[in-house]
Design a protein around this ligand. Structure first.
Ligand SMILES: [Zn+2]
Length: 259
């Protein structure tokens, strides 16, 4: 019996006919979370409260990194084609390595904050659906705050971004063509911390830390000290995401392999 991880309705109460991609298909995501009802699935792709759709924001921001990654072997600016990139919200210049909101959105008051909130909700959305798909524990009550924030727009929870020290990102091309979130903790990368209060995962060359408990502040200092110690050789700093520019979306780091 299917039961939606977002609204808790089961097959008798809701329909489950559409495929819910954990990472948007337009980003190359192939994985499906079975326990997402059609209603919640379409919610993430729709305008709500005049906010840009969560899925659109995720697609737009991570597509910048994806386009950049798929061109890693091209040396940008040296007679090689720059990645072609179309976006609703952003002007992206890979040559100048810059990303800005389009003027029409820049002028909308608070749009920057809105788009950042949607981006965070989208990262939580991908996390919980992948969590359910891979570990089967998405209904656990410890994740209720993720449901409230991502699905019902309640509260606010942090997402940490770790800034790399080197451009030599360990990544195979399939991770960019068909991106995944790696849930098995610490198996690939020595620098992934396995504290119980934050979950760290890599997506399209970015390393994020998301709280996996509502009371994340209780253990935060401990966690961040240990986590940054562990990452010392690979990452130079961390920050809370407060702006889309807090994430190195154009992957400037790739231009600077020696760091
Ligand atoms: Zn639902």
């Amino acid at each position: 019996m299917k039961k939606c991880i977002w609204c808790s309705q089961d097959e008798q109460q809701a329909s489950f006919n559409k495929l819910a991609h954990t990472i948007p298909q337009s980003l190359g995501g192939l994985n499906i979370c079975k326990n997402v009802c059609d209603n919640c699935n379409s919610f993430f792709g729709s305008h709500y409260n005049k906010l840009p759709p969560i899925e659109t924001v995720i697609k737009e921001t991570f597509n910048i990194s994806r386009a950049r990654f798929l061109n890693t072997n091209d040396e940008i600016g040296k007679n090689k084609a720059l990645p072609r990139f179309k976006s609703i919200y952003f002007n992206v210049d890979f040559k100048k390595r810059s990303i800005d909101l389009k003027p029409s959105y820049e002028l909308k008051s608070g749009f920057q904050e809105k788009i950042c909130r949607q981006l965070k909700r989208g990262i939580f959305k991908m996390f919980l659906e992948e969590r359910e798909r891979q570990m089967g524990d998405g209904h656990d009550s410890r994740y209720d705050f993720i449901r409230e924030f991502a699905r019902y727009d309640l509260g606010d929870f942090p997402i940490i971004y770790f800034e790399r020290r080197h451009g030599a990102i360990l990544m195979v091309k399939s991770w960019a063509t068909n991106p995944e979130i790696f849930m098995s903790r610490g198996s690939q990368f020595k620098y992934i911390n396995t504290d119980h209060s934050f979950f760290e995962f890599e997506l399209l060359g970015h390393l994020f830390g998301v709280p996996c408990t509502r009371a994340w502040e209780l253990n935060f200092e401990n966690y961040i000290v240990e986590s940054t110690k562990q990452k010392a050789g690979f990452f130079k700093s961390w920050r809370f995401i407060r702006n889309f520019n807090d994430i190195d979306l154009v992957l400037n780091i790739l231009n600077d392999p020696k760091g």
